[in-house]
Every structure is written in C-alpha cells, then in structure tokens.
Design a protein around this ligand. Structure first.
Ligand SMILES: Cc1cc2nc3c(=O)[nH]c(=O)nc-3n(C[C@H](O)[C@H](O)[C@H](O)COP(=O)(O)OP(=O)(O)OC[C@H]3O[C@@H](n4cnc5c(N)ncnc54)[C@H](O)[C@@H]3O)c2cc1C
Ligand code: FES
Length: 279
C-alpha cells in the first residue's frame, strides 16, 4: 500500500495562482475550532489527506487540509483551529466573505478502495484531515475503526457525526478525553491505549494517524504491537509551508519537501523524519 497518488496536482493549472472562493457557511465546532464551507466556481476534486493554501488578504497564507467529502467536490470544506494571526483572521470570516485558495497539494491517505479494513487514529484537530477518508470508507462500506482522543468533552470535534458514524454497521468508534467532567461518562486517558483491544484484523487493515507528533508516535507503536507492519501505518507530517509546490524549501524535512512527498508519509519513512527538527 502506498500513499494515494496526487491527481489534484494535474488539475491545478497554475498552482501559484489562487482562486477567489465565496464562503457559503461558517460552523462553530468548539471554542477554538470552526468549519468554513466554500463554493468553488468549478468542482475541486481532491484526495483525502490533501491540503489547500488558504490566503486571507492582509494577513497571509496557511496550509489547511480539506475536511469535506471527496464525493462532493462541488463543496470545499476546511476545519480550522485558531492558533495565530492567520487562523484568527480566518475565525473572523463570515458567510458571504471571499478567500483566495490554491490547491489541492500533497499526498493523500492510502485509498479506502485499497483496504478491506480502514483504521483511523486521530487526536484533536487531527480528525479534520481524516474526515474525508472516513467519508470515503463509509461510502464504500469498508470495515472502519475510528479511535479519537480530545483534551476534554468540550474539545471533541464532529461530536454528533462521531455518534452517527458509530451507530452504522461495520463501524467501531472509540472516543476518549484526557480529562472528563461531570457530564462525561465515556473513556478517559490517551486513546492510543485502546488500539490493542478494538479488534481489527492486522492482516487486512491499513491505519492512518493524525494528531500531535507525540501522539502519532504512540499510535504507531501500538499499531505495530497490534500486528500492523510499518508499511501499512501512515501519518501526516505538518511543517511550515510557503510555496506548496516544491520551490522554497520551507517544508524541508531531511531529504523530503513535505509539500510534495508529504504530508502523508508511511511510518517506515516517518519514524526517522519525526526525530529531525524543523529547518
Ligand atoms: C499540510 C498541513 C495541513 C494542515 N491542516 C490544518 C487543518 O486542517 N486545520 C488547522 O487548523 N490547521 C492545519 N494546519 C496547521 C496550520 O497551517 C497552522 O495552524 C497555521 O499555519 C498557523 O498559522 P497562524 O498564522 O494562524 O499562526 P502561527 O503564528 O504561524 O502559529 C501559531 C502557533 O501555532 C504553531 N503552529 C503553526 N503551524 C503549526 C502546525 N502545522 N502544527 C502545529 N503547530 C503549529 C506555531 O508554532 C505557533 O506556536 C496544517 C498544516 C499543514 C502543514
Ligand atoms: S512549501 Fe515550498 S518547498 Fe514545500
């Protein structure tokens, strides 16, 4: 299994020229996270795991993964956590505003088409880049294991969707929070400790992991312990990006320019890369 090829790269006529897109809807997900629904003039096909460069005039451009359904390329959806100047400017966007986007860029998650069992391990905002893979796996009725960890019950992203997905046949969903509260009756502690017990067949599974790097390392270790070879464990490596087309070197990590050979990388390569500090 390899990371999905990049058909999107062929569809970008000039990947340096952004397209103006109108924001159709803004959804407030958690206290610091929101979702923007944009309407491109023409369908915007993408592979689950790919990202766009989102430009807020006057503030700057940031890489943001696509969090929508790959079977609905007429809508472009981004889920964003406000952490700094550009993402806070995005947080102030309202329906009817315009943004400039270019993409899609980068490698995608291994395709749901190519695996009998799809295992998704996500931490925090890391569920957003994995949601397109979940949509694809559900559309194909693959056996699907979702393990999701959040800091607190209030930080759980896509909470209603997680509940709806877990009610579907063939879907196994484990949600855990670092710290519960009076309303929380679910799991507490790191979600990675559940990997060994959820019961996927390692002979037929492919795992995709996204979250803080320390969480991805633990997840990879537990997945390997559960019998998955590193060639079937994929992580998303996020580094600063500027050009997104392999020219500027901002995203260099070891021998990789992650805007082209990442962000999705299999763990045989990622394990070494995750020990290298950003340039
Ligand atoms: C391929 C890729 C896909 C991404 N997808 C998403 C997404 O779907 N949703 C989303 O909310 N964010 C995503 N990010 C992260 C997003 O690009 C950054 O949060 C954003 O660039 C921050 O810009 P800023 O100007 O708001 O804050 P900055 O001033 O640039 O950063 C504010 C703080 O956040 C930290 N930070 C910046 N970038 C990252 C990062 N990549 N990972 C961890 N910490 C970071 C900085 O060190 C600093 O402490 C993605 C990044 C990459 C490389
Ligand atoms: S962002 Fe410029 S080379 Fe990758």
């Amino acid at each position: 299994v390899t990371a999905a090829a990049v058909p999107g790269a062929l569809q970008v006529l000039d990947p340096r020229r952004p397209s103006p897109l109108r924001v159709e809807r803004v959804l407030h997900e958690t206290r610091d996270t929101f979702t923007l629904e944009l309407l491109p003039a023409a369908p915007w096909p993408f592979e689950p795991g790919q990202f766009n460069m989102v430009y807020v005039p006057g503030y700057g451009e940031v890489p943001i993964s696509i969090s929508g359904d790959p079977n609905e390329p007429q809508k472009l959806i981004h889920t964003i956590r406000a952490v700094g100047p550009v993402t806070r400017a995005l947080e102030r966007i309202v329906a009817g505003d315009w943004l400039l986007l270019r993409g899609p860029f980068g490698t995608g998650w291994p395709r749901a088409e190519d695996s009998e069992t799809v295992v998704v391990v996500a931490g925090g905002i890391g569920l957003a880049p994995l949601r397109p893979l979940i949509y694809a796996a559900l559309a194909l009725r693959r056996q699907l294991f979702i393990l999701y960890g959040a800091r607190s019950p209030a930080d759980i992203l896509f909470g209603e969707q997680l509940q709806a997905w877990s009610a579907q046949a063939g879907v196994h969903c484990v949600v855990s929070v670092d710290q519960g509260d009076a309303t929380w009756h679910g799991n507490t502690g790191v979600v990675t400790k559940h990997i060994a017990h959820v019961g996927f067949d390692p002979a037929h599974a492919v795992a995709s992991v996204c979250g803080p790097e320390v969480m991805m390392r633990y997840a990879a270790r537990e997945l390997a312990r559960a019998g998955l070879p590193e060639t079937r464990i994929f992580v998303s490596l996020e580094r600063n990006m500027k050009c997104a087309v392999g020219h500027c070197g901002h995203c260099q990590l070891g021998p990789h320019l992650l805007c082209r050979t990442g962000p999705v990388v299999d763990y045989t390569h990622a394990a070494k890369l995750m020990t290298i500090r950003e340039l």
